[in-house]
Design a binder for this molecule. Structure first.
Ligand code: ATP
Length: 141
């Protein structure tokens, strides 16, 4: 598989799981969180973990975010920060942007911004588990 470069903004349960999974699959992963403790916790689990505010355009520019193949915005509760970070990376020209949404309205705003994929982790996982219960023989990744 061709190696891609991924940036994950926000290292909660969702972002942290994506970042470590991609890294363990052999990809380059830059992980960013505003919280220094989170950055420390992930420092050996990804290629590079950096403390930065994802709503700070200058900071994202300095980290070269526009050069990443995929950016995942995994900031949950601070919807304003999620929207601002998504808009910044979209305007930088990142080709593929995936964003975790907190609710329907948040998801609609993200679609208007033009992100490539909006994810509702609990809802999506619930649907997958239901499908898997009905078709247990289908291998699910
Ligand atoms: P999860 O369900 O994935 O655990 P969550 O939806 O509860 O997370 P939060 O815990 O609010 O979401 O945020 C996820 C991470 O994003 C946290 O580690 C938080 O420190 C980080 N974060 C919040 N705001 C910013 C920001 N502006 N820049 C970078 N990281 C941020």
């Amino acid at each position: 598989m061709k190696q891609k470069q991924y940036a994950v903004l926000g290292l909660g349960r969702f972002g942290g799981s994506i970042a470590t999974s991609l890294y363990n699959m052999g990809h380059e992963v830059l992980a960013i969180d505003i919280n220094e403790d989170k950055v420390q916790a992930y420092s050996n689990a990804v290629s590079q973990a950096v403390q930065a505010d994802s709503t700070d355009e200058k900071a994202l520019k300095a980290l070269g975010i526009r050069n990443f193949s995929v950016v995942v915005v995994a900031i949950g509760q601070d919807i304003q920060a999620s929207i601002m970070a998504s808009l910044i990376v979209k305007e930088m020209g990142v080709k593929h942007i995936v964003v975790k949404a907190q609710n329907d309205l948040h998801g609609k705003v993200l679609e208007k911004i033009g992100v490539d994929r909006v994810v509702f982790p609990e809802r999506d996982m619930g649907a997958r588990v239901a499908h898997n219960l009905l078709s247990p023989n289908i291998i699910d990744f």
